[in-house]
Design a protein around this ligand. Sequence first.
Ligand code: DX5
Ligand code: ZN
Length: 272
Amino acid sequence: MAVTAKIAPSMLSSDFANLASEAERMLNCGADWLHMDIMDGHFVPNLTIGAPVIESLRKHTKAYLDCHLMVTNPLDYVEPMGKAGASGFTFHVEVSKDNWQELVQRIKSKGMRPGVALKPGTPIEEVYPLVEGENPVEMVLVMTVKPGFGGQKFMPEMMDKVILPFISLRFDQKTEPYRVCCPLYFLLFKSVLVCNNLFSSSWAMVQVRTLRKKYPSLDIEVDGGLGPSTIEVAASAGANCIVAGSSVFGAAEPANVISLMRKSVNDNQKSS
Ligand code: DX5
Ligand code: ZN
């Protein structure tokens, strides 16, 4: 079964003082979901909103609230988030290795849809048991930037992780040509990558591609730095749920950005 596009503006980039009207504005612009970033100042070095804000917003909208829990103890949040009216509850695999079965079961019992997220650098294999278990998660969120802040650039920093180990190997040889050439090579390589938006070889996109191949009907969400210039890479890798904060809220016409991203997902799904 083909997956459908879900465009989810990240409310982290909205005017929090006018959250209800910002939510309504995004829905009028064609948003499918509203992405809500819950941070505890511990799992990530930032603190945002929690269940009380979700509860307040729920009074103003029936929209699907796609909650992304960047917290160290997600189990503590299930009950309050369920009561507050969250629709999706996506927890991070890095902090749930020992209790994900209990987590998924409790999330479902509170009427929410469970999802699992992974930070850049976390091996993709870590989510397989959660997708294939008897009581599976229904979505995988692949972070395309470090979690914690909106407005980060998609990818180049991920490339460092892949390229730097090779470069440092060369430095170990301590010969003069290597000392001189490697930094130049690195700068050249990096600027070529950035200039050409050659993001498709990035870690996160490889993860999305691997997941899509393995699970054709799974909801795969990408989060971080998505917008008109990066959507095609993510959509062609197989992502169908797109979180976008700064590119949507910073646009003169958010509706155009949302419809462009939807089209990219739909076109890629049709051709796959
Ligand atoms: C970052 C959050 C994202 C963020 C995305 O940790 O999970 O949802 O708001 O914002 P942009 O699209 O601006 O990168
Ligand atoms: Zn998020």
